[in-house]
Each structure stands twice: as C-alpha cells, then as structure tokens.
Design a protein around this ligand. Structure first.
Ligand code: HEM
Length: 200
C-alpha cells in the first residue's frame, strides 16, 4: 500500500516534532541544572550529535523511498535537511558563545583555521548553509542542472562530519565509530551513482 499525501503530511508533523522536541529537552535540562558539571560541553556534544543524527536520517530517505516503493516519502527529505542545518547552527553557536565567549569572534576565526577538526566542521557547516538556502523549489528551478550537482555535496558532509566527530573525541569510544559506520553504509548504498562519476 502506498502512503497517501495526508499520511505524508502527518509524517512530516511527527518528524518536525522529533527534530524540535530535543531542543525543548536541552533547554529544560540546562535551565534546571540537569546537565553535568560542564554544561557547555554537554550542549556542544548534544547539538553536534543531533546534527549528525538528522544528517544520517536525511541520507536514509532516498534509499528508503526506492526500496519501500513509497515515492511520496521523498517529500520528508527537505525538512530533515533543514533541521540538520538548524542543529549544526546551534552546535556552532554553542561552541562560539559558551566555549569562546561572545567577544571572541576573532578567536573563533583563528580556531576554525588552526584546528583541523574544527576546519572540517566549518566546511560541513558552509555546505549545509549552501544546501539550505537553495533547498526551495524556486531555487531548484533557477539553478536547473547545477542544483543536483550542488546538492550532491551532501556526500562530502557525510564523509567529513563523522571524521570531525572521531577527531574531536579525546578517548577512543565506540559511539563515533558507529555513526561513521552508518554514514559509510548510507554512502555504500549509492555506489552505482559514485561509479558513474568516476572519471577513469
Ligand atoms: C560549524 C562548525 C563546527 C564547529 C565549530 C564544531 C565544533 C565542535 C567542537 C568544539 C566539538 C568538540 C567538543 C569537545 O568535546 O571538546 C565538536 C564535536 C562534535 N561535532 Fe562539531 N563542530 C562544527 C560542525 C559540526 C557539524 C556540521 C556536525 C554534524 C553534522 C558536527 C558534529 C559533531 C559531533 C557529533 C561531535 C561530537 C559530540 C560528542 O562528543 O558527543 N559538528 N564539534
């Protein structure tokens, strides 16, 4: 049975809630002392992991649409991509405001350049920014074929964001490797597409 437009609309509402409610949780936990002795770090970690989870969910939509034979499912992809960017912005803001301080914009610039794992983070953020501002149908029409080429850059984020995560952790733990493994699977799923691009 194919999902109807009405069911997809409800699914979109649920996905908006799934992406938004953790923000309410984080706000309540932070305001009621529910975080650890280093709340700034907790917020950075939480927002970073949320961005990554939503990125992986965005990448899951197209294979799921195809294999479940649910063409309308593809309509949930844009909202998940935009929420990925929202959480990446919160992550960047939490690092800038809570770790460095509002007066330290210059320091943020030098940190982003001098610390390679942060350079990867900001490259991901810039790509997500470009994808979000061009995610509207009007932009899709305006950019024509270039739109798909630009949006293929999501695969660069799918490679760099897990590396940023693995690089950021000071002690070896399984969690970043699990995220990287899922990202690798979602990319491997598209191997035929990548083979077509291979120039040799
Ligand atoms: C916008 C530029 C970015 C900056 C400045 C940034 C900064 C940081 C910092 C400072 C940490 C480590 C915190 C610590 O343990 O000391 C971190 C960890 C992390 N970042 Fe980013 N990041 C950026 C972009 C991203 C993006 C785009 C994603 C995902 C799509 C992401 C996902 C993560 C994850 C998952 C972690 C690890 C969280 C944990 O340890 O539980 N970051 N980031």
């Amino acid at each position: 049975m194919r999902l109807s437009i009405k069911q997809i609309t409800w699914l979109k509402v649920v996905l908006h809630l799934v992406a938004f409610l953790p923000l309410v949780y984080l706000f309540l936990a932070a305001s009621q002392g529910g975080l650890s002795a280093d709340p700034a770090k907790d917020i950075q970690h939480f927002t970073g992991r949320m961005a990554l989870k939503l990125l992986l969910a965005t990448l899951l939509v197209s294979p799921l649409t195809r294999y479940a034979k649910q063409p309308l499912l593809i309509r949930t992809r844009r909202l998940l991509g935009v929420w990925t960017f929202v959480w990446a912005c919160l992550h960047l803001l939490s690092y800038y405001l809570l770790e460095l301080g509002v007066d330290n914009l210059r320091l943020l610039g030098s940190e982003l350049i001098s610390r390679p794992y942060l350079t990867l983070g900001i490259i991901c953020w810039l790509i997500l920014l470009a994808l979000t501002v061009t995610s509207f149908q009007r932009m899709q029409r305006k950019l024509g074929k270039r739109w798909q080429t630009l949006h293929n850059c999501i695969y660069i984020v799918a490679i760099l964001a897990p590396i940023h995560y693995i690089w950021s952790v000071k002690t070896v733990s399984p969690q970043p490797l699990i995220y990287a493994g899922i990202a690798a699977l979602l990319l491997a799923w598209r191997y035929k597409k990548f083979i077509k691009w291979w120039p040799f």
